[in-house]
Design a protein around this ligand. Structure first.
Ligand SMILES: [Zn+2]
Length: 85
């Protein structure tokens, strides 16, 4: 018989992700507005539209990200700006 959905209880082990709790992460390549280098970040689509700072992986300066997501958590747009813009 193959009618058993995989609904076994999942172990709660600290910070590990549990199935169903995994945020909608979208990997995007962005260009740093300071140094011009390109790197990839993960945007959490489940958090809705947001603006937040994340440091450039190359020059470590704070980049202001604006993400726009639709009601399904799909990333519509990701903008980057300098802190002093
Ligand atoms: Zn940079």
């Amino acid at each position: 018989m193959d009618d058993q959905p995989d609904k076994r209880p999942k172990p709660k082990t600290g910070k590990s992700f549990l199935a169903g709790d995994i945020p909608l992460l979208h990997e995007r390549a962005v260009e740093c507005p300071y140094c011009g280098e390109t790197f990839t970040i993960n945007v959490d689509g489940s958090a809705g539209d947001q603006a937040y700072y994340e440091d450039c992986e190359i020059c470590c300066r704070p980049i202001l990200f604006h993400s726009e997501v639709d009601s399904d958590g799909n990333l519509l747009r990701l903008g980057v700006a300098r802190e002093d813009d």
